[in-house]
Design a binder for this molecule. Structure first.
Ligand code: DGT
Ligand code: CA
Ligand code: CA
Ligand code: ZN
Length: 573
């Protein structure tokens, strides 16, 4: 809720700037957005206590807008701003690297109102003739548009999952439903989702589908029949997603679940196996002539086809039918014994070391590493060398005082534009482990991101490379980085690569993790938590790792404490 609210104020600031309003005014709304993002109290509780206007930095009129949003889901000022501008203009904000000021200039000078206008102005060279626009900045915008074209239309997994789960809960209000499952790419754990596929076993399909299409937030009903319904619903008020619901009898539920989980390529292979056995496989079951051989249970489809059960995350026809594959070795959430990348109030986190440790203990963890930002990450309140020395002491102190969990002293050390690290070696050596990450100058050519990352890998004190490609799904493309070269260097230097569990990152992604583990590189599945809540997003990372065929033994934070401690020492030798 508060995230959406912060987003709405950010949007107001953007639209004000696009409308040509002064920076002072728009910045005041950006400030509100930041305050809301950093709020540790529950906004709904604050409202009930009638103290929203008392939040530091929030004035009366802003408080009124917050109240308005909490009550109606809208802010009139934002709606008015949207109405005032050409409909396609705010969409240009989605182009990575293009901000409101430039959009305002394009609108003012060239009457650019939408994507088509902008593309035309790039094509005919008029954009490059504007003041302050050179060939380079035009190319950057053209690249941004190209990036957007390949990523738009799909919803990030982390946004689609809660929407699907909420809808499934709503379906259960209909009355007892024998079985209900999320299918499709969402069940496979894909990083982005085209549409949500839901599956129910029920005898009264038509009535259940009527209930489905009456979902309160529906924006469009695309189909409403006896076995299938299709709607669109909003995701975070910024995009829409389609949801398909199929209702089948229970004797077909397993076959339908298998069929609608996909992927298409996986299903094609399975159907081929069926044909070889003179069987027929479809969404109703596995048949020998007219007779059903399997259908109620998904696992029995695989069994009857003579192959091992394939977990949904692996169903991409990328080798999941290999008879040597040991599915029960795949990484699972319960294998994780700790988390090696998280931030505290010392840099840009919301919680203290003690709070992070307590939350980690609740998850059953035996160890955590506190890895705050280093000095060059100024926006993230990175620690100076001096503060870092003190912080290491503070972490050791906390470790002594807190029972039941080991707290490692660590840092997330920036890999600087010149390929050196942000802290001298003696600081790094004093840390139990070091996560090294690139956070800026990502498009610099010399030294290249690959050279910078390999230099970090070769530093003996670096334990893990954090979010190795730097991508943010739909927001920022991956750095132009040579993954095989990095994998090779990591293998040679015994440096782990991270699967970052933030759903915006999921970096390394599935295919890259697989290259890493195939080369014998160790993986760290971290949450990069900036609050205690973030620790639970580990499931996103685990899903991605499973999609990369990662086994328990590939992941360093599955090791028992003593073994991990030993590994940390060895990896520095
Ligand atoms: P998405 O929605 O683009 O993220 O990807 P999926 O995999 O969820 O694809 P979707 O929603 O079009 O269909 C869900 C699953 O249903 C798909 O993975 C496989 C199955 N499916 C859909 N159409 C066909 C088809 O024509 N033949 C077969 N064998 N399976 C299909
Ligand atoms: Ca789908
Ligand atoms: Ca679908
Ligand atoms: Zn980072």
């Amino acid at each position: 809720m508060v995230k959406e609210l912060a987003g709405a104020f950010e949007r107001i600031a953007d639209l004000l700037e696009i409308s040509g309003s002064d920076t002072f005014r728009s910045n005041s709304y950006r400030r509100v957005s930041r305050i809301l993002k950093n709020l540790t109290d529950d906004i709904v509780a604050l409202r009930e206590a009638n103290v929203i206007a008392e939040i530091p930095g929030i004035g009366k009129s802003t408080a009124a807008k917050i109240e308005e949003y909490l009550e109606t889901g809208k802010i009139k000022m934002l709606e008015d701003l949207k109405k005032k501008l050409p409909a396609g203009l705010p969409d240009l904000l989605r182009i990575p690297g293009l901000g409101p000021k430039k959009i305002a200039m394009f609108y003012r000078e060239l009457d650019v109102k939408n994507f088509d206008d902008l593309s035309a102005a790039i094509e005919d060279g008029t954009l490059a003739q504007l003041d302050g626009m050179g060939a380079k900045s035009v190319q950057k915008i053209a690249d941004g548009i190209a990036f957007l074209k390949t990523s738009s239309g799909r919803t990030p997994f982390g946004l689609a999952l809660p929407v699907a789960e909420e809808l499934a809960d709503y379906l259960r209000e209909f009355g007892p439903i024998e079985q209900i499952e999320i299918a499709g790419s969402l069940r496979r754990g894909c990083e982005t989702i085209g549409d949500i596929d839901l599956l129910c076993a029920h005898d009264e399909g038509e009535a259940l589908i009527k209930h489905f299409v009456a979902y309160p937030s529906v924006t469009r009903v695309l189909a409403s029949g006896e076995t299938k319904g299709s709607i669109t619903i909003p995701v975070r008020s910024e995009r829409e997603i389609q949801v398909d619901l199929r209702v089948v009898p229970s004797e077909s539920f397993g076959a339908a679940l298998q069929y609608f989980t996909g992927s298409l390529d996986h299903n094609v292979h399975l159907r081929g196996l069926a044909q070889k056995k003179s069987l027929k496989l479809n969404e109703w079951g596995l048949f020998s002539g007219e007779e059903s051989v399997a259908g109620a249970e998904e696992s029995s489809i695989y069994e009857k086809l003579g192959v091992a059960y394939v977990p949904p995350e692996l169903r991409e026809n990328r080798g999941e039918f290999d008879p040597d594959l040991k599915v029960d070795e795949l990484i699972e959430i319960d294998h994780l014994r700790g988390d090696l990348h998280m931030h505290t109030t010392a840099s840009d986190g919301k919680n203290s070391i003690e709070e992070m440790a307590a939350a980690a203990k609740k998850l059953g963890y035996k160890y955590i590493a506190i890895s705050d930002h280093s000095k060059s990450s100024v926006i993230a309140n990175g620690l100076s060398v001096e503060r870092m020395w003190e912080h290491i002491e503070t972490i050791h102190e906390a470790d002594k005082n807190i029972d039941g969990i080991k707290i490692f002293a660590a840092c997330e050390c920036d890999i600087l534009p010149d390929a050196t690290l942000d802290y001298p070696d003696d600081v790094l050596a004093a840390c139990d482990l070091v996560v090294a990450s690139v956070h800026f100058a990502m498009t610099r050519k010399k030294p290249s991101p690959t050279e910078r990352t390999i230099a970090a890998i070769e530093n003996p004190y670096v334990t893990i490379i954090g979010h190795p490609t730097g991508r943010l799904i739909h927001k920022r493309p991956a750095m132009d980085i040579d993954i095989p070269a990095i994998v090779e260097a990591a293998a040679k230097n015994n440096t782990a690569l991270e699967v970052n569990s933030s759903w915006q990152r999921l970096d390394l992604k599935d295919t890259h993790v697989r290259m890493a583990v195939d080369a014998g590189v160790k993986i760290a599945i971290d949450t990069d938590a900036h609050s205690t809540d973030d620790l639970s997003r580990r499931h996103y990372g685990v899903r991605t790792a499973r999609r990369g065929f990662v086994r328990k033994q590939d992941v360093i934070n599955t090791l028992p404490l003593a073994k991990l401690t030993k590994w940390l020492t060895q990896s520095r030798e």
